[in-house]
Design a protein around this ligand. Structure first.
Ligand SMILES: [Zn+2]
Length: 126
C-alpha cells in the first residue's frame, strides 16, 4: 500500500517540473527504482494512472528502470555488488560495506509537450 504515497510524491514532482517547463501535457515519465527499494513497478504504474487523471500527466507513459544494488567498502573504498552468500568486500574482506545505490527511487526525466510544439498534432482539426 505504500506505493500510493510514493506515487503521490512522484506525481507532485512531475507536475511541478512540467509547470516550470510551461508544458501543456506530460507524455512520458522515467523513474529509477533501486532493486532493494521494495517498490513494485507495476503498482507504481497502476497508481500513477489513477492519480494523474485530470492533471497534466494524464495518460503519460511511465517507464521504470531498475538500479542494481551496489556497496562501497568503508575500509578501502572499493565499490562492489554484494553476493547473497558473501557481503564482505571482495578486495579487503572488510564487512564495513555501505549501501550506495539500490534503495533509491527518483524521477530521472520527464518528456512534455508544450502548447506550441504540441500544436502540430492537433492542427488537423482546425
Ligand atoms: Zn574493502
Amino acid at each position: 500500500m505504500h506505493e500510493l504515497g510514493i506515487t503521490q510524491n512522484v506525481l507532485s514532482i512531475v507536475l511541478k517540473e512540467a509547470t516550470k517547463a510551461g508544458a501543456s501535457r506530460v507524455t512520458k515519465v522515467s523513474l529509477k527504482v533501486g532493486e532493494w527499494s521494495t517498490v513494485e513497478p507495476d503498482c507504481l504504474k497502476f497508481y500513477f494512472g489513477i492519480l494523474a487523471k485530470g492533471t497534466l500527466a494524464e495518460g503519460a507513459e511511465v517507464a521504470v528502470e531498475q538500479v542494481p544494488v551496489a556497496y562501497a567498502c568503508e575500509n578501502c573504498g572499493h565499490e562492489y555488488i554484494p553476493l547473497v552468500s558473501a557481503f564482505a568486500c571482495p578486495r579487503c574482506s572488510s564487512n564495513k560495506g555501505k549501501l550506495i545505490t539500490g534503495r533509491e527511487l527518483f524521477v530521472d526525466s520527464i518528456e512534455v509537450e508544450n502548447a506550441d510544439s504540441g500544436s502540430a498534432k492537433s492542427s488537423g482539426c482546425k
